[in-house]
Design a protein around this ligand. Structure first.
Ligand SMILES: N[C@@H](CCC(=O)N[C@@H](CS)C(=O)NCC(=O)O)C(=O)O
Length: 201
């Protein structure tokens, strides 16, 4: 399988999961502005959505949307417990977190990476991020990871999104549990491998 990515973007989340699971894979960097891959392919021919992450499987199938990709990968090796069993309440709680991270956190970072976004849009998104991170902060007060004491794919996504705070100068000092979470996740060997592979460390 091959993961199309941009270093440090939301594609880092499935990249971490691939590393956590030790799955054989290739990666290819995409120039998102030009929609061209590192090998010169038209990215829109590979993923008509034009964004990363995109995962192509060995049979040629395409899977897009980060939350779907990480669950697909986790289900290839259920014994690694990166996602609870399908159909269990815990699995829906994991999906609840993935949705929260995608819609309440990830998408509130988007205006900060959009040169066309107004100051007002950024201000509104920043205020929303404060509120949404506050909930994560209170959740992490009683556990090491979002789902409890075990790392899951939701943590890979939260780590990825939270790491953007430094790029937009979003102050995380009011969120010590979240900062401790970032340090805890960054120390995982698989996370180190993914960060290294993307040239981020
Ligand atoms: N709904 C998608 C959103 C993915 C997304 O926002 N990708 C960004 C990078 S973090 C991107 O590729 N943006 C470039 C573009 O939209 O042209 C998902 O959750 O996977």
């Amino acid at each position: 399988m091959k993961l199309y990515l941009k270093p440090g973007a939301c594609s880092l989340s499935p990249h971490i999961v691939l590393q956590e699971l030790g799955l054989a894979h290739e990666t290819e960097v995409v120039d998102l502005a030009k929609k061209v891959t590192a090998s010169g392919a038209n990215f829109l021919d590979i993923n008509p959505k034009g964004y990363v992450p995109a995962l192509t499987l060995d049979d040629g199938s395409l899977l897009t949307e980060g939350p779907a990709i990480v669950q697909y990968l986790a289900d290839l090796h259920p014994e690694a417990k990166l996602a609870p069993p399908n159909g269990s309440l815990a699995r829906y709680q994991l999906q609840s977190w993935l949705t929260y991270i995608g819609t309440e956190l990830h998408k509130n970072f988007t205006p900060f990476f959009n040169p066309a976004a107004s100051a007002e849009m950024k201000s509104q998104a920043g205020a929303m991020l404060q509120r949404r991170f506050a909930l994560v902060e209170s959740e992490l007060a009683s556990k090491s990871y979002l789902m409890g004491e075990d790392f899951t794919v939701a943590d890979a996504y939260l780590f990825t999104v939270t790491s953007w705070a430094k790029f937009i100068k979003f102050d995380l000092s009011a969120f010590p549990q979240l900062q401790a979470f970032q340090t805890r996740v960054a120390a995982r060997p698989a996370v180190q491998r993914a960060l290294k592979a993307e040239g981020l460390i």
